[in-house]
Structure formats: structure tokens, C-alpha cells
Design a binder for this molecule. Structure first.
Ligand SMILES: Nc1ncnc2c1ncn2[C@@H]1O[C@H](COP(=O)(O)OP(=O)(O)OP(=O)(O)O)[C@@H](O)[C@H]1O
Length: 646
């Protein structure tokens, strides 16, 4: 198996600007990040009344500090993290907040440049190696120049902020080192059928790939979820070391950390039912709760204790638990510590207002290079991911052999006419139907796209173009393999032109079928729903496509509403014309011809008689291809609109 040519550690001489290892991560510019009066209101599903899921949450962290957001399930950790990261808080939410970076409100773009967000579920591609994952993260997120490009004024302006190949490699190497991943650099991330790196290593790769753009603020959504306590500690200690070394600000929501993991954080924000229960240094949480009359037992995990005190859902005595929680929340709201946080934010703002915060535009990779990078990545995935592609190849090959041997060597007597028609229908309709096998692969790609777009890497246009382009050679190969095997075995019209025309129809058929999968799976990104709808749509297309009910007698509703927009209609009639326009069939003993044509006196049937029975005219191939391509473009455009809005 060929490895892609990625830049190696000693790649280029043009990296003079990059300085020492890991220097790109250094934060020398951003001092503090604060948030005030964060309140999020949603409409309660049951009562239909407005419900506050976050109420008046304040906080501030300084460069080099790590903040843990903890709280019972449903306390508002994810919502707060989203608000702080300038993402959608939750669907349909009304958000009030006052978020400042060094005392200044940054633009969304400037904030995106300053920060990175690591999702709870790793958005990693299992068939890439660890190094490749960082390499593609770098290519997608960092602006770069292609050698040999004519340097227009625009490009020259961008050159200053571009990252050279050498610098990119240096960043990858330093991140591999910082997260203890050098030993696994060439190991696959892992797919369901190929074991890769461990869960903790995956999490480290996720964090490292978000640090490639040198963010100053790092948001982590449950970075230890699904990991055992040893792996959780390991992941958090790597993050802490990097944050301390490079003066980064880290905010992580975290579920039940072990005592040792808990102590890796500098600050703690304890939430329950959307309200603050404690905010401040981790080491002061014990005296604070002691003072409230809830002493922390010496041998107990502090995080576990705090969650116990603030959780009402699993309490045996719910009334008592609610009373206790109310007391903790009120005590915090009226505490001198809460007031001190507000003073700290105000003080910090004044200090920094004089200094000023430079809001730069985000670094972005060039759109065309993004498409090239995505194509490169998809290509590697396509030849390594057996589940996504290999199995489908085997399935189509099996189907072709099956079809060719069932319709084996049909002769040119009139008895073969109907089997030929059936074979044309089966080849076009069933191959289209089998596009359902693409649903899981597309949903996986869509998932990656949604996460990468949320990180500002690229948009729906780049994704759609790449998806279309990467599918073309693959679908073309399937069309060729299927035709080579089944066309000659079944004895379709044996000329080179007809054979190539058959491949063309099948290729466009597959292109349309896969575009339909893209549209439906974008609209309903759920495996079962999507599968059912694609199957339903194909069933509909088969019924109205002209084979099962002759188009001349198809009733007006189905004919005008669905028949003409059905891509299988055009493929079926295209293949029918290809087969029957230039072929003749014998009527056999007794000379009773099934179709009456000019050749009846010779006891023969002209294939055009079959076409007449279906109402198909010849010489319209270009028009039908045009209609089919229009349908493909239509599906893709609609898919693009859906992805754009999702
Ligand atoms: N769009 C919404 N409409 C109604 N309620 C919502 C909505 N989004 C979130 N909530 C509610 O807001 C509360 C906070 O949700 P959030 O996901 O932020 O909690 P969390 O602390 O991250 O929970 P977990 O630890 O279980 O992930 C929950 O009770 C949740 O049900």
C-alpha cells in the first residue's frame, strides 16, 4: 500500500521564520478572557414557557490557567462552553452575554483565529495515520503558498501571513512531541475493522490537531469522556504541560474527574441547574465549602463530593437536596468571592483597555487548496477504508456476474426481447437502488464536515465539490466493471459504440443515484431514516420510470409529477434506444411476430418496433444526457443548500 508523500521532518530550508520547537504555540499577546452575565433562555419542550438554562454566570481566566467546568448532568456545561467559544449555545436559544478578550469585545472572526474547540467526540478519520491527521489539519487550517504560483498583489499580501511547508512540518513535529505521539506517528487512528491507537491517544491527537493553528484559547468539551482514570489523567497532564509551557488559556467541561485529574486544573466553575455554585481557585474550594457548612471529607474525591452536593436528580431526599442546592447557589450569589470575580473582571478590563487588543482576521487556507487537500484526504481514505469502498466494489462485481450469468448469452429471437428489456431495467434500477450502500460512508463524511466547519476550516461549497469529484472516478470504475462483466455475458447489442454508450448511461445513473443519497442524507442525517428514504425514493423511481408501467399508459398524476423528474426514466429509455435502435430479431417458427414492423414480411422484428411500443424516439441522446446532468446538478445544489443551513 502506498503511503502519501507527506513532508518529512527535515523537509525544507525555507523555514527560517519558525524558530525553536513549539515556539508557534507561545502566547505572548493575550492576557485574559472574561465573561459576565451569561444567561441563556430556551423554550421548554413540555410547558412551552421560557426556561433559563444558564443564569448570570461570570468568570475570568488568565493566560496559562486551566479552568474546569463541572456540574451534574444537565447543569449547563456544554451550553456555557458553546457560548464562551462563540458557537451556537443550543438550538433556538436566546443568549445574553458580555464576553471580553483582554477587556475588548473581539469580532467573531478574530475570536475564531484566537481560539480552537475540541469536540467531545473525536472528529478523526480512522484510515489516516496520526501524522497524516496533523498534516491535513495543518493543510486545511493554515494559509500556504504554492511554489511556482505567479505572485499577484493579492497573493503577495497574503504571503506574509502564509505558513511554509517547513514551518508546517515543524509544527507537526513539535505537537507530536508535546503530546507524546512520536512513537505512534505512523500508526493508523483506527477503524471498526482495523485497530489503531488507544482512546487516550486519539484524544491527544484531537487536541494536537486543534493546536496546529496556534490558538491562544482552547475549549475542550469533555476531553476525558469515555476514558479510564489513568488515561484521563494522562490526557489532561499533556494538555496542562502544553498550556503552562506556552501560556495558553484552557477551558474544559469535565465529568467526574479523579482527584489527581481534578488537581491539574487551576480554577473551577461549579454549575448546577444553570447557576454558579462556586467559581475560583481549585485549592480554595475546600475552605469555601467548609465555610458553608458542607465540609469536604478528607479521603473523598473533591469533584465527587461537589457533584453529590449539587445534584438533585439522584438524591434520596429530593426536597432536602433542592433546599441544599438553593442554599449553595444563593450563598455563592451573595458571597464576597462572587463580588471579587466581578471586580477582577472590571479591573482586568481597565488594565487591558489601555493596552488594546489587536483583532486580526483569521488565518485561512486558500479555497482551491482546501479542495485539493480534501481530495487528497478522501483519496487516502478511499483506498484504505475497506468498509466504505472495498465492500461496495465486491458487491457490484458479484451483482454483475449474477446478472451476466442469469441473462446468459441471450439470442436474437423474439423470445429474448422481453428478457433484454428486463435486463436493462434490472441493470439501471437495481444499480441505482444499491446506492443505499453509500449512506453510511456519506453520513460519516458529513459528520467530519460539520465538525470541521464549526472550527472554521471550510464550508459547504468545498465539501460538496470534493464529495462530487472524489466519487466520479470511483463510480466510473464501477460502471466499467459492471458493464464489462454483464454486457457481453448477456449479449447486449455487440458493438463497441453500444457498449460505451451503455457504460455512459450506467455512469450517469450512478452519479444521479449517489447525488440523491447526498441530498437525502443531508436532509435526514440519521442512518435508519436516510436508508429508508433512499430505498423509498428508488422504489418510486422504479415504479414511474417506464418499465413497470408503460409510459404511454402511466396515469396523468404520476406521469407529470414524477415520471419526468425521475432520472431512471431517462437512463432506461437511453439504454432501450441503445439496445433496440439498430437490432433485428427473428419471429421464429410460424412467423407470429410479437411486434409488427416493416420487417414482418421477412419474418423479423426491427428493434425500433419495441421502442415505438414504449413511445421512445431515437436521436435524442444529447438531450436526455443534458436532462440527467441537470437532475444531478439539481440534487447537488439542493444538498448544498441543506448543508449550508445545517
Ligand atoms: N434547545 C434546548 N431546548 C430545551 N432545553 C435545552 C435545550 N438545550 C439544552 N437544554 C437543557 O439545558 C440544560 C443544560 O444542557 P447542557 O447540555 O448544557 O448540560 P450539560 O451540563 O452539558 O449536560 P451533560 O453533562 O449531560 O452533557 C439541560 O437540562 C438540557 O436539557
Amino acid at each position: 500500500m502506498t503511503e502519501p508523500k507527506l513532508e518529512s521532518g527535515n523537509a525544507a530550508n525555507d523555514d527560517l521564520e519558525c524558530g525553536e520547537d513549539g515556539a508557534h504555540l507561545d502566547n505572548a499577546t493575550l492576557g485574559a478572557f472574561s465573561w459576565q452575565k451569561v444567561t441563556v433562555t430556551v423554550k421548554d419542550h413540555k410547558t412551552k414557557q421560557a426556561k433559563e438554562i444558564l443564569s448570570n454566570v461570570n468568570g475570568c481566566i488568565k493566560a496559562g490557567e486551566l479552568l474546569a467546568l463541572i456540574g451534574p448532568s444537565g447543569s449547563g456545561k456544554t451550553t456555557l462552553l458553546n457560548v464562551l467559544a462563540h458557537r451556537e449555545a443550543t438550538s433556538g436559544a436566546k443568549v445574553e452575554s458580555f464576553i471580553l478578550v483582554d477587556g475588548t469585545k473581539p469580532s467573531l472572526k478574530a475570536f475564531q483565529r484566537l481560539s480552537s474547540y475540541v469536540e467531545q467526540e473525536d472528529a478523526l478519520i480512522g484510515s489516516l495515520t496520526v501524522r497524516e491527521t496533523l498534516y491535513f489539519a495543518a493543510c486545511l487550517s493554515l494559509p500556504r503558498l504554492v511554489r511556482g504560483l505567479f505572485l499577484s498583489n493579492h497573493i503577495l499580501r497574503k504571503k506574509k501571513s502564509s505558513v511554509t511547508a517547513g514551518e508546517r512540518t515543524r509544527r507537526i513535529d513539535s505537537l507530536l512531541g508535546a503530546f507524546g505521539l512520536h512513537g505512534q506517528a505512523q500508526t493508523l487512528i483506527g477503524t471498526p475493522v482495523r485497530k489503531g491507537i488507544s482512546g487516550g491517544q486519539k484524544r491527544r491527537v484531537s487536541v494536537a490537531s486543534q493546536l496546529i493553528t496556534s490558538p491562544k484559547i482552547l475549549f475542550l468539551d469533555e476531553p476525558t469522556s469515555g476514558l479510564d482514570s489513568a488515561a484521563s489523567y494522562e490526557v489532561m497532564s499533556f494538555i496542562r504541560t502544553v498550556a503552562k509551557q506556552h501560556n495558553l488559556l484552557v477551558i474544559a467541561s469535565i465529568h467526574q474527574p479523579s482527584t489527581s485529574t481534578f488537581k491539574l486544573f487551576d480554577k473551577l466553575l461549579l454549575l448546577s441547574a444553570g447557576k454558579t455554585c462556586y467559581y475560583g481557585p481549585v485549592h480554595q474550594v475546600k475552605p469555601y465549602f467548609d465555610g458553608l457548612g458542607f465540609p469536604l471529607p478528607i479521603m473523598m474525591n473533591p469533584a465527587e463530593f461537589l457533584l453529590e452536593q449539587t445534584n438533585v436528580d439522584f438524591a434520596r431526599d429530593r426536597e432536602h437536596a433542592c433546599f441544599r442546592l438553593g442554599k449553595i447557589q444563593d450563598s455563592w450569589a451573595n458571597s464576597p468571592e462572587a463580588l471579587a470575580v466581578l471586580n477582577q473582571i472590571g479591573q482586568r478590563r481597565e488594565e487591558m483597555e489601555q493596552q488594546g487588543f489587536s483583532s486580526e482576521e483569521p488565518l485561512r487556507s486558500n479555497k482551491y487548496l482546501v479542495v485539493v487537500t480534501l481530495l487528497h484526504r478522501s483519496f487516502i481514505k478511499s483506498y484504505r477504508d475497506v468498509v466504505a469502498y472495498g465492500i461496495r466494489f465486491v458487491m457490484y462485481t458479484g451483482l454483475a456476474i449474477m446478472m451476466g450469468t442469469i441473462w446468459l448469452r441471450l439470442d436474437t429471437s423474439q423470445g429474448s426481447i422481453q428478457p433484454f428489456i428486463n435486463a436493462i431495467f434490472f441493470g439501471s434500477a437495481f444499480m441505482s437502488f444499491m446506492a443505499v450502500a453509500y449512506v453510511p460512508a456519506f453520513l460519516e463524511d458529513r459528520g467530519t464536515f460539520i465538525k470541521e466547519r464549526a472550527n472554521g476550516l471550510y464550508g459547504a461549497t468545498s465539501f460538496m465539490i470534493t464529495n462530487f469529484l472524489i466519487g466520479m472516478p470511483y463510480l466510473f470504475t464501477i460502471a466499467v466493471i459492471f458493464s464489462v462483466l454483464s454486457y457481453w455475458l448477456a449479449n447486449f447489442h455487440p458493438t463497441a459504440t453500444s457498449f460505451l454508450t451503455y457504460i455512459m448511461w450506467l455512469f450517469i445513473d450512478l452519479l444521479a443515484a449517489e447525488s440523491l443519497v447526498v441530498l437525502i442524507s443531508s436532509l435526514f442525517p440519521n442512518f435508519v431514516v436516510s436508508l429508508a428514504l433512499v430505498a423509498f425514493a428508488n422504489g418510486l423511481w422504479m415504479c414511474v420510470g417506464g418499465f413497470l408501467v408503460n409510459p404511454t399508459i402511466l396515469n396523468v398524476f404520476w406521469r407529470y409529477v414524477f415520471h419526468y423528474i425521475d432520472y431512471q426514466t431517462w437512463v432506461f429509455q437511453g439504454m432501450m434506444v441503445n439496445e433496440f435502435a439498430h437490432r433485428e430479431y427473428s419471429c421464429g417458427i410460424g412467423c407470429t411476430c410479437m411486434y409488427q414492423t416493416d420487417l414482418a414480411p421477412k419474418c423479423m422484428i426491427a428493434g425500433t418496433g419495441v421502442l415505438d411500443a414504449y413511445g421512445y424516439t431515437q436521436g435524442r441522446t444529447a438531450k436526455w444526457v443534458g436532462i440527467l446532468l441537470g437532475i444531478v446538478v439539481g440534487y447537488r445544489m439542493l444538498g448544498w443548500v441543506v448543508l449550508q443551513r445545517s
